[in-house]
Design a protein around this ligand. Structure first.
Ligand code: G3H
Length: 258
């Protein structure tokens, strides 16, 4: 199936009530989207930890997947303040964001930590949304080398399973605009080839994040498997637009054999 993946992280932008209201609107949008309902578009939402249970409740009966924004590398034990990937899976969370630029930069997450967390996620049946990307503007070849090395280090030694690679150039996160389309295309195409060579990663996807919003998916076309949105999906109407674009792109891919 020519699946397009669209994810949204709320980071820590919303309080509890605002998150619940947003989730209710997203659940309604998803329920009305044929492409989400039949699986041509995979939609996942990554709210804060305290918002996970209400999120699961809100999207029950739809195909929307709930993702955590991080998870421990340990399943259980004396790890104060950590959140267990085993418990996330137990409550119905399906995906987990790992190695986001903000965690790497502000919380000291190294490639080694991201690799341990990736192993733990896959061990527990969670699909890692592996965030990778260069920290500064650089030529595409150099940027690809950085991002591809982050991917291969994260999955080395991890159990087999699908991964979603979110290519997020750090300099384009929280910016007024996404990275230039040519840069994104070069990187997502290169990462697709790199992921295709990894054993045990069938069905994996490479999506783009970093100030993404309506219009970008259509501009990128076939060179990307979807988007990872932040601020520009806080307005549910913008997410509705992106899902319509994803649905059109999925339909186009079904008509044109890969
Ligand atoms: O998690 C999402 C990305 O970091 C993108 O966030 P942004 O679209 O607000 O730049």
């Amino acid at each position: 199936m020519a699946r397009i993946t669209v994810g949204v992280s709320l980071k820590m932008y919303f309080g509890h009530r605002a998150a619940r209201e947003w989730l209710a609107e997203v659940a309604d949008i998803a329920a009305r989207s044929e492409a989400v309902a039949d699986g041509r578009v995979e939609l996942f939402v990554a709210p804060g930890y305290l918002q996970l249970l209400p999120a699961l409740e809100a999207v029950a009966g739809t195909r929307v997947r709930v993702a955590a924004q991080d998870a421990s590398e340990h399943d259980a034990g004396a790890y104060t303040g950590e959140v267990s990937p085993a418990e996330l899976a137990e409550i119905g969370v399906r995906m987990v964001e790992l190695g986001h630029a903000e965690r790497r930069r502000m919380y000291g997450e190294t490639d080694t930590v991201v690799a341990a967390k990736t192993t733990a996620a896959l061990r527990n049946g969670l699909t890692p949304v592996l965030c990778v990307g260069e920290t500064e503007r650089m030529p595409v070849g150099d940027a690809l080398a950085v991002a591809a090395a982050q991917v291969s280090s994260a999955v080395a030694g991890a159990p087999a399973g699908r991964i979603v690679v979110a290519y997020e150039p750090v300099w384009a996160i929280g910016a007024p605009e996404p990275a230039p389309a040519d840069h994104i295309r070069a990187l997502t195409s290169g990462l697709r080839s790199a992921v295709a060579e990894l054993p045990g990663r069938d069905g994996s996807a490479v999506i783009y994040g970093g100030s993404a919003g309506p219009g970008l998916l259509t501009e990128l076309g076939d060179d990307v498997d979807g988007l990872f949105l932040g601020r520009f999906a806080h307005d549910p109407a913008a997410l509705r637009e992106v899902l319509a674009e994803a649905s059109a792109l999925a339909a186009l891919r079904e008509r044109v054999p890969a």
